[in-house]
Design a protein around this ligand. Structure first.
Ligand SMILES: [Mg+2]
Length: 192
């Protein structure tokens, strides 16, 4: 991992303690229990889409106020930043919410403004679009970068981009998709 120059992080549940109760959010929005929220929304007519988007944005802002750093996340990001690595965020959340979350964690200064990509700056994961954009900006090849996250979509996006993948989760339900697996950011920092 030491040679990796580009580090792309998922935010919710990776750098923060997961606050998103997705079944509850689906119920609040009226999204079917088995549907991916953003995919479902993209199929709605314009008026309904706009209304649901406003509702989802309000939920995200409410959750951002309760943000808690994941164990080791702040120290990990600080160290990578001090070593001169390129750091990005690729989240299915809003960019504005991501920026205020990073600010609450005290690590917003570790990320260039253009390197925090929300669901309106790039096609949402599992699409590799956001990783491609960051690699273009950083002038790095895919193999010089790693996508770090706590969910299958993070690993799928990293794989589709041709980058390395690192799962941050106590268990590893997707061994075929994760190049590395660590229980939390503290363990990842210790491995560097
Ligand atoms: Mg996540």
């Amino acid at each position: 991992m030491q040679h990796l120059r580009g580090w792309v992080f998922d935010l919710d549940g990776t750098l923060t303690v997961a606050q998103h109760d997705f079944p509850a959010i689906r119920r609040e929005l009226g999204v079917p229990a088995d549907a991916d929220i953003l995919t479902f929304m993209s199929t709605l007519p314009a008026t309904e889409y706009t209304a649901m988007k406003a509702q989802l944005d309000a939920i995200e802002l409410r959750l951002a106020e309760q943000v808690e750093p994941a164990p080791g996340a702040v120290a990990l990001v600080r160290q990578l930043h001090e070593e001169g690595r390129r750091l990005g965020i690729l989240t299915r959340n809003l960019q504005s919410v991501a920026r205020s979350t990073l600010s609450c964690l005290g690590i917003l200064d570790c990320f260039a403004a253009e390197d925090v990509l929300g669901r309106e700056e790039a096609a949402p994961k599992p699409s590799p679009d956001g990783i491609h954009r960051l690699l273009d900006r950083w002038q790095l090849s895919a193999t010089e970068a790693v996508m770090v996250g706590d969910f299958r979509f993070d690993l799928d996006a990293g794989r589709a981009a041709g980058s390395h993948t690192c799962l941050i989760l106590p268990d590893n339900p997707w061994p075929e998709l994760a190049d590395w697996h660590l229980p939390d950011c503290s363990a990842l920092l210790a491995r560097l």
